[in-house]
Design a protein around this ligand. Structure first.
Ligand code: NAP
Length: 259
């Protein structure tokens, strides 16, 4: 078994599906003890069970990232089970789609709560634990290319992800003296429940996305897990960085054929 994360304990929020599940499985394959998480213990347990089935060590703990007490209990239970917390991935995320002028205040608040406040709660609780442990650590926040770009119909999501990017930089500066690296991973388009949900409500197709992407394809779950593994293993000089894993989407201004 590869071992870029041996003797590390990692929590991955929102790891019952999609990018979070892929990251959790990869971290375990790299030797980490993994705590999977979602709002449902049963769903988080599916990922933990898949990890154990391949020889890894994982437990599932249910908590909603918007619930501070539940997140505190998640960190405490992790430390009780594995003895430390070395890596925190704040991945859980939700979105909605609709014109900005029609966004319901409750929907705005729900997305900000999960996508931004949840990232702060997870970061604060993990950072506090890592500072107390005194041996550094790594926090990775899953952002989006929509943290840097505007997209029709995604006002709360784009605002939340932009907040995640600058929260990441701020925490990186504040916790660097403790050896805690804080970075963000900003995926482009990867096929998951969230993309299915938003694409079906929007007026763009898979082909539109590929045509707009210099690499001419969607990203894969494996590629996101690989970037996450690089960012959290701390064998580098990177902190406060937002890594765009987007096939060139944010680098691209206009018309590769010269038009
Ligand atoms: N897929 C993409 O193309 C893409 C692109 C850019 C950024 N991202 C970001 O990547 C992250 C993962 O997205 P995904 O595409 O993998 O989405 P997904 O397949 O819909 O998975 C979302 C995960 O978040 C969990 N979750 C949702 N609300 C939660 C809450 N309040 N507390 C705890 N867990 C919660 C879900 O678990 P339960 O439902 O079981 O609670 C699920 O495990 C998100 O932050 C998203 O914004 C995705």
């Amino acid at each position: 078994m590869a071992s870029r994360l041996s003797e590390q304990t990692a929590i991955v929020t929102g790891s019952s599906a999609g990018i979070g599940a892929a990251i959790a499985k990869r971290f375990a394959a790299e030797g980490a003890n993994v705590v999977t998480n979602s709002r449902s213990r049963d769903r988080a347990e599916e990922t933990a069970e898949a990890i154990r089935a391949t020889g890894g060590d994982a437990v599932a703990i249910e908590s909603d990232v918007t619930d501070y007490d539940a997140m505190e209990a998640l960190v405490e239970a992790t430390v009780e089970k594995f003895g430390s917390l070395d890596v925190m991935v704040n991945n859980a995320g939700v979105t909605s789609i609709g014109p900005a002028e029609d966004v319901d205040p409750d929907d705005w608040q729900r997305i900000i709560d999960v996508d931004l406040t949840g990232v702060f709660f997870g970061s604060q609780l993990a950072g506090r634990q890592m500072i107390e442990q005194g041996s550094g650590g790594s926090i990775l926040n899953i952002s989006s290319i929509m943290g840097d770009l505007g997209l029709h119909g995604r006002a709360p999501y784009c605002a939340a992800k932009a907040g995640v990017n600058n929260l990441t930089r701020t925490l990186a500066v504040e916790w660097a003296p403790h050896g805690v690296h804080v970075n963000a991973l900003a995926p482009g388009f990867v096929k998951t429940d969230i993309t299915d949900q938003t694409q079906s409500a929007a007026d763009y197709t898979d082909e539109d996305i590929r045509n707009r992407t210099p690499l001419d394809r969607f990203g894969t779950l494996d590629e996101m897990a690989e970037c996450a593994t690089f960012l959290v293993n701390n064998n580098h000089y990177v902190t406060g960085e937002v890594l765009h894993a987007d096939g060139g989407w944010t680098a691209y201004a206009w018309g590769s054929d010269g038009t």
